[in-house]
Design a protein around this ligand. Structure first.
Ligand code: NI
Length: 184
């Protein structure tokens, strides 16, 4: 297993619409394992393949609170087939928008259809945190981010903040490179 780098805002790849998985082979299973390890290490409760640069309809989730209770969910080609009218609000965050949290309102309960790690078709009913995480991760498959649910003002503010940080980091990298060149 390997840790994969996680893309962060404003990386344009986060806006790609992911493609369905045609066959669940060894390569896909390795991606699932690497994604799971990356998510636990981060740590996070959910990760979509596009967040590690793979535009495939794949998600890993584990909302267990304790390490000993680990119960990973592998979702391949997941689809929400029902959502409750009742809504609930969670203070959401995202590994691709580090250290930024905002309340998001979503359906409180959903029914999900997906293929598991072995390719078997599964249906699960989810509520609470799991329902929220499922919806958050499925947004990623459409090129969405949880900040899309916020007001335009809030969204623009966070995008600007991350864009500025990325620019500073790039400038810093160039400066280091120049210093190395001078040293050499
Ligand atoms: Ni996310």
């Amino acid at each position: 297993m390997a840790l994969l780098p996680i893309l962060t805002l404003p990386d344009p790849r986060l806006r790609i619409v992911s493609k369905p998985v045609e066959s669940i082979d060894a390569e896909i299973q390795r991606l699932l394992d690497d994604m799971l390890e990356t998510m636990y290490e981060a740590p996070g409760v959910g990760l979509a393949a596009i967040q590690v640069g793979a535009p495939k309809r794949i998600v890993v989730i584990d909302t267990a609170k304790q390490e000993e209770d680990r119960s990973p969910l592998f979702l391949i080609n997941p689809e929400i087939i029902w959502a409750s009218e009742e809504l609930s609000t969670y203070n959401e965050g995202c590994l691709s928008v580090p250290e930024y949290y905002e309340d998001v309102q979503r359906p409180a309960r959903v029914r999900l259809r997906h293929r598991d790690r072995k390719g078997e078709l599964q249906e699960i009913d989810a509520e609470g945190l799991l329902a929220t995480v499922i919806q958050h991760e499925l947004d990623h498959l459409e090129g969405g981010l949880f900040i899309d649910h916020l007001s335009r003002l809030k969204r623009e503010r966070v995008v600007k903040k991350f864009t500025k940080a990325a620019r500073l980091e790039a400038a810093h990298r160039i400066a280091e490179q120049v210093t190395e060149d001078v040293d050499a």
